[in-house]
Design a protein around this ligand. Sequence first.
Ligand code: A3P
Length: 295
Amino acid sequence: MDNMQNIFRRELVDVQGVPLFWSIAEQWSEVESFEARTDDLLISTYPKSGTTWISEILDLIYNNGDAEKCKRDAIYKRVPFMELIIPGLSNGVEQLKNMQSPRLVKTHLPVQLLPSSFWKNDCKMIYVARNAKDVAVSYYFFYQMAKMHPEPGTWEEFLDKFMAGEVGFGSWYDHVKNWWEKRKDYRILYLFYEDMKENPKCVIQKLLKFLEKDMPEETVDKILYHSSFDVMKQNPSANYSTVSKEEMDHSVSPFMRKGISGDWKNQFTVAQHEKFEEDYKRKMKDSTLTFRSEI
Ligand code: A3P
C-alpha cells in the first residue's frame, strides 16, 4: 500500500457529535443505510470491552464447539466489524452484504448511531460492558499499536481525552448508559466482562438461553477451553496476528495483552485515580448501572 501515511494516525472526525475514524465519517451514508437481517445477531461493545472474546464464544456456539471450523478465517472475517471502512483495507458493510445468514455482526456504535434497520427488524443484540478504568488502560495500549487511531500522547493526556469522550466512538459513559436503557425495549442481553472473567461458564449458559439453544455440557466445556485467554492468544484466527504490521504492531503491544480485571491499578497514579473517581460519580449518577473494577 503506497498511501499508508495518508490513512493512519489521522485525527478523528465528528459524526453527529461522536468522534470516529475519518474514513468511517467519509462513508457514513453507507453505514447508516446498512440493511440488517432479522436473524442477524449484533455484538455491540465500547472498544476494549471484550468484543473479540464474546465474538469467539459466539462463533464457537454457532459452530457447536467445533474449534477447527472456527479457524476457517480470522475473527474480523467471521464476525465483520460493520462500520469499519478503511480504503483499500476494510469495508464491513460490503463484507456483510456478501455473507450468508445467520450473521454475527460487530459494532462499536453508540445507540443513536446504530443503523435503524437493526431496531426495525428487532434483531437480537448482545452488549458487553467492562469497567471504565480497565477500558481506558486497554484503549491506551491499543491506540499505540493500532495505527488507525490518532497518536495517544502520554497516559495522562490520553486519560483526559477518555474522560472527555474525545476518543474513538466517543464517551464510554454515554455508551454503556444508553445501551443499558435500550435493553428495556429491545432484545438485548447486557453482559459484563468482569462476570465473564469470574464465571465464563455461567455467561455461556446465559448466551445459550438467550439464543434458545441447547448444548451438551461437554460442548460447553470445549467452548470454554477454546475461548480462554491463553488459547485465544495462541490462535492466529483470534489474536489479530494476521493483520499487517502497518495497521497493527503487536511488538508495541499485543492485541491479546493481559486479559485481566483490575490492571488499572498498575497504570493510574493516586492523583489520577482521585480525579477519575470524582468525575465518574458525576457522569454515572443518573444511571442504575454499576460496575466492578476488580474481581
Ligand atoms: P487488555 O488490553 O486489558 O488485555 P476488544 O476485543 O473489545 O478490543 O477487547 C480487548 C481486550 O479484551 C484486551 O484487554 C484483551 O486482552 C481482552 N481479551 C481478549 N480475549 C480475551 C479472553 N479470552 N479472556 C479475557 N480477556 C480477553
